[in-house]
Design a protein around this ligand. Structure first.
Ligand code: PLP
Length: 374
């Protein structure tokens, strides 16, 4: 299979699998137990936290392990609305459903107004509009993502943080698609909250973290035995957390090398698509920039585009149409709709990783040619 759907998920690294297998076997003790088996597990979780904090340039106490990006986002949204007197939430129509649906659901319980920051046709967030919205709405929580999972647009997080801080607003930055691909230094980026998911960078599924800066107060979403300093109860996923830490280590160790390799793949793929297919449209900023592993492209209906995703799958090529996070639905995505992309076009998202090769690109292009022009 040619797998070009790494924005949906990645395969765990071999070294991650090994660490996790060892952890399941050796560190089965409950970290809350007082005996040595418990202590050993507690030490492992603590070491993982310290290791990850170094990569994120934050304090270990600012990290809360969760079941992934969705839980981290929900914790930050609901936890902030409960703990603080938030009167407005400012977000964009291009966010992941984890943010949009959490904010919508929260509006049934808490009284706040929702505002959407404008973006242009390429999905570039209008930061002047953000500043304007913040000047009109106090006590705000701003939810904007670092890297868009569908079109790959990158946000200038430092600039957005500065705007938020000038207005006393809290920034929740969804960094799920950025962490592991870029250096994400919390002292530089300065969000109040950020979230991360291991399975997006060759770690295990079902584990991630919420970063909450020391000054950002939030109520827990999950109550119980008081783990994670009372902010996220439940017996720790020791193997998952150790796998997450190892995925961080591997990602940082290989970061420049992977980035160079994947960027070349992406550039070549964009060039090949441009050369071979007339009338295609690259969505977002992916043609000229954006995430270095993601290409989002629409094909006009003059091509044979019916069931394209499924026909690619039958040829052994895994790509995405809508967002795979929406339970694999191929329906028109909310991001494409927000961009006003032509409904008659068929959109594909290709997302690459370190394991992909130039040969796979060439194969994919010739399969595309045969399927689209048949
Ligand atoms: N945010 C973004 C940008 C994502 O791409 C995803 C997953 O696709 C999530 C949040 C949700 O993360 P998780 O799958 O860990 O719940």
């Amino acid at each position: 299979m040619i797998y070009f759907d790494h924005a949906a998920t990645t395969a765990p690294d071999q070294e991650v699998l090994e660490v996790m297998a060892r952890a399941q076997e050796l560190f089965f003790g409950n970290p809350s137990s007082m005996h040595s088996a418990g202590r050993e597990s507690r030490v492992m979780v603590g070491e993982a936290r310290v290791c990850i904090a170094e990569y994120l340039n934050c304090r270990p106490s600012e990290i809360y392990f969760t079941s992934g990006g969705t839980e981290a986002i929900n914790t930050a949204v609901f936890g902030t609305l409960r703990k603080q007197n938030i009167r407005s939430v400012i977000t964009s129509r291009l966010e992941h459903h984890a943010v949009l649906n959490a904010v919508d659901a929260a509006s049934e319980f808490y009284p706040f107004s929702i505002h959407y920051v404008r973006h242009n046709a390429k999905g570039v967030i209008d930061t002047a509009h953000l500043a304007e919205l913040l000047s009109l709405n106090d006590a705000a929580l701003v939810c904007l993502m670092y890297a868009n999972n569908e079109i790959g647009n990158l946000l200038d997080v430092e600039e957005v943080s500065e705007i938020c801080q000038a207005e006393g607003a809290l920034l929740l930055c969804d960094m799920v698609q950025a962490i592991g691909k870029y250096e994400t230094d919390m002292q530089k980026l300065r969000p109040a909250f950020a979230c991360c998911s291991a399975h997006k960078f060759h770690g295990p599924k079902g584990v991630g973290l919420l970063y909450a800066s020391r000054s950002a107060r939030f109520s827990p979403l999950i109550y119980g035995g008081g783990q994670e300093r009372g902010q996220r109860s439940g017996t720790e996923n020791i193997a998952g957390i150790m796998g997450l830490a190892r995925a961080f280590e591997a990602a940082y160790r290989q970061m420049q090398h992977n980035r160079d390799h994947i960027s070349v793949l992406k550039k070549s793929f964009v060039r090949m698509l441009r050369e071979r297919f007339q009338g295609i449209v690259f969505n977002g900023t992916c043609e000229e920039g954006g995430l270095y592993n993601l290409v989002n492209v629409s094909f006009p209906d003059s091509y044979h585009t019916d069931m394209l995703l499924q026909r690619l799958d039958m040829q052994g090529i895994a790509v995405s149409g809508g967002s795979a996070c929406n339970s694999g639905a191929v329906s028109r995505s909310h991001v494409m709709e927000a961009l006003g992309a032509g409904e008659e076009m068929t959109t594909l998202r290709f997302s690459f990783a370190k394991t992909n090769t130039f040969g796979e690109l060439e194969n994919c292009i010739s399969v595309l040619e045969s399927l689209l022009t048949r």
